[in-house]
Design a protein around this ligand. Structure first.
Ligand code: NI
Ligand code: MN
Length: 216
């Protein structure tokens, strides 16, 4: 899978020629045009993750995959949706996806309960990517490491609302992934970090920090 970073926790993946968006909050990439999108995954209902998902679904016809309450919210606004439960796989032509636990909260932009927040395991072309969503460090990451064996882990590192660098390093050890992609940092002041410190600490535990340029 090719990975393009769209800022904050947003990524565009390309799996077998199919473009997939995760948490498409796109303020960092004003020139990005979401075209030919095949699937959209949203980890929870907060605005900095739901982002433009509904609009993009309506425009492209790509279904939004999210937990039941959030999928229902999106469907009511006219998006195409598919609900997913924690621990269950959904098969696609390009691979398969499972929702895994995240410890956080979730409410829609108008204040409704957004269901349980989650992370996603995406399997395609013999590669396993874990997108953690917004979460604290949790022992679930030991389970995720053992059961799903991710090659690449996308982890929030900004602190305040999620794990910080120190906890993301511990998570990386538990997950066993070799490549660690930082996210949810430096979007605004409350989550600003020294990214060179993340790079240093990830190298120190023998893993590869994959610091992606926004839009690249
Ligand atoms: Ni959040
Ligand atoms: Mn967030």
């Amino acid at each position: 899978m090719d990975i393009k970073y769209l800022g904050h926790s947003a990524f565009e993946l390309n799996a077998d020629g199919k473009k997939i968006l995760i948490d498409p909050f796109l303020v960092a990439v004003p020139d990005y045009k979401p075209e030919n999108i095949y699937n959209i995954f949203v980890t929870h209902a907060h605005g900095d993750h739901l982002g433009s998902a509904i609009e993009i679904s309506k425009k492209t016809g790509a279904p939004i995959t999210a937990v039941f309450e959030l999928a229902n919210y999106c469907a009511k606004q006219g998006a195409k949706t598919q609900d997913i439960s924690l621990g269950s796989w959904i098969d696609y032509s390009w691979g398969r996806v499972c929702a895994v636990p995240a410890f956080h909260s979730s409410s829609t932009p108008d204040g409704q309960y957004g269901g349980c927040p989650c992370g996603f395991i995406l399997e395609a072309g013999g590669q396993v990517i874990y997108h953690a969503g917004d979460t604290c460090l949790s022992s679930e990451m030991k389970m995720i490491g053992e059961v799903y064996q991710p090659d690449v882990a996308m982890l929030p590192i900004g602190g305040k609302y999620t794990m910080d660098i120190e906890h993301a390093v511990k998570a990386s050890e538990w997950l066993g992934a070799t490549m660690i992609v930082p996210m949810h940092y430096n979007t605004f002041d409350a989550i600003s970090v020294d990214i060179s410190e993340f790079e240093r600490q990830i190298r120190e535990i023998g893993k590869m920090p994959l610091i992606l340029k926004i839009g690249g």
